[in-house]
Write a protein that binds this ligand. Structure first.
Ligand code: GUN
Ligand code: ZN
Length: 432
């Protein structure tokens, strides 16, 4: 199959954090506005061309010509990799909109009661399928996701992802204290269950299990240490939350004998190059250095951060410290599933801090190759020969290529999900 249009091309593949080959730098553009450049702030451009798809993979990328003989697309279409959402919660899709609460209240009053429902594995599977299909409906073809504490529900979610064809890491949430008794399980049992999930869905597979302690507050030091050991033994991705609110940080200090939040995770062996920490708003320079030294990643969740009024993450500060940043919807604290709108929120969050504002070219990179790199998927999120053909054909209903505004910015700020005309998963058309 031949697909023609404006191809979204990655200009720089971002390395993982700690990579100092091309360290991030502040500079000023011609209007005197601050900019961040360097390897950790990758970017995209558009170029007319064609992508040939065969056997589920990208067989050829042809730049410069748009043949009328193409099977799909035309020169007014954007052809881009499927979007990647680095942080979301599969059971929380139906609780979006529970506003007016701060994090810990929101967890206790809305989130935990919602997640208890996943003890019914059939219900869990239905909800997981629905959420995965919703992801596809907004162009997301890869996810870093949390399930619940229930092993069978998590297994069903992993199997549903495999069957639907979406790429993903999905973790059983680990909790052994400070949550309703229905959601707390003995640490040893939880670790055995996650180990079994890792046997069935090992790292490196298109759908893989992850080691996912919810956050320090709902984990004993023993659970965290066992989770760190398991992740290390298996080479698994670690997902957890970190420093989302000031109140949470204080509670962690209280529970862990005055230790700082990052240090708690470091001591448990949870901070490494495969660790993806949600939020990371309330971090000092020392915390940032530790994360950068270990090559850990922060999943920036700007929509959720403003929804729960948790604070505004300083993306520029983290990048300058050498910390890699992914981008996540964090549904259901986040109410936007579309990664284009999450990327827009990232730009708005930076603007609200008067920080260097990411250009649209960086924002498109963040939701494609940037997120792929942060999840360790070097062959995802880019139009590259041999990469799995997870592709979007976007037909904007505006003359986006004309006029004075950067076309990628025009697309992002006018974004309409109805423009998503076709989606391919491993080369298979989802919409006919
Ligand atoms: N911290 C611990 N659990 C959660 C969760 O489910 N959502 C968010 N936003 N933060 C958390
Ligand atoms: Zn989260």
């Amino acid at each position: 199959m031949l697909i023609a249009g404006q191809l979204l091309i990655e200009e720089a593949s971002a390395g993982r954090s700690g990579d100092t080959a091309d360290a991030p730098r502040y500079s000023r553009d011609s209007a005197g506005l601050p900019r961040l450049t360097g390897r950790l702030a990758g970017r995209c451009r558009i170029e007319p061309g064609m992508v040939r798809v065969a056997d589920g993979r990208i067989a050829e990328v042809i730049l410069g010509e748009c043949s009328a003989a193409a099977d799909l697309g035309d020169p007014q279409h954007l052809i881009c990799p499927g979007f990647i959402d680095a942080h979301l919660h599969l059971p929380q899709g139906d609780m979006i909109g529970a506003h007016g609460m701060r994090l810990l209240d929101w967890l206790n009053r809305i989130t935990f009661p919602t997640e208890i429902l996943w003890q019914d594995s059939d219900l869990a599977e239905r909800q997981a399928r629905r959420q995965l299909r919703r992801c596809l409906s907004v162009g997301t073809t890869g996810i870093g996701a949390y399930a619940t504490v229930h092993a069978e529900a998590t297994r069903r979610a992993l199997m549903a992802a495999e069957e639907i064809g979406i790429r993903g890491v999905i973790g059983q949430v680990l909790m052994d204290r400070q949550a309703p008794q229905e959601l707390c399980r003995p640490a040893t049992r939880l670790i055995e269950e996650t180990a079994e999930l890792l046997d069935r869905f090992p790292p490196g597979r298109r759908v893989a299990a992850a080691v996912t302690p919810r956050f320090a507050i709902t984990s004993t030091p023993e659970l965290l240490a066992m989770a760190g050991k398991l992740a290390e033994e298996r080479g698994a991705i670690v997902q957890t939350h970190l420093a989302e609110t000031a109140e949470e940080c204080q509670e962690v200090e209280r529970l862990f004998a005055g230790r700082g939040y990052v240090e708690v995770y470091v001591q448990a062996g949870l901070v490494g190059p495969r660790s993806v920490f949600g939020h990371g708003i309330h971090l000092d320079a020392d915390d940032r250095r530790k994360l950068a030294d270990c090559g850990a990643v922060i999943a920036h969740c700007p929509v959720a951060n403003s929804f729960l009024r948790s604070g505004t993450m300083c993306r520029a500060g983290l990048i300058q410290s050498g910390v890699g940043i992914a981008l996540g919807s964090d549904v259901g604290a986040g109410y936007e599933l579309s990664m284009v709108r999450v990327a827009r929120a990232m730009i708005e969050a930076a603007a609200s801090l008067n920080d260097p504002i990411p250009e649209a070219a960086e924002a498109w990179h963040a939701i494609t190759a940037g997120n792929a790199d942060r999840l360790g998927w070097s062959d995802a999120g880019r139009l590259a020969v041999d990469a799995p053909a997870d592709l979007l054909v976007i037909r904007p209903q505006i003359p986006w290529l004309e006029g004075p505004v950067d076309p990628l910015a025009r697309l992002m700020f006018n974004w309409d999900d109805r423009w998503l005309s076709q989606l391919l998963l491993r080369g298979r058309l989802l919409r006919d």
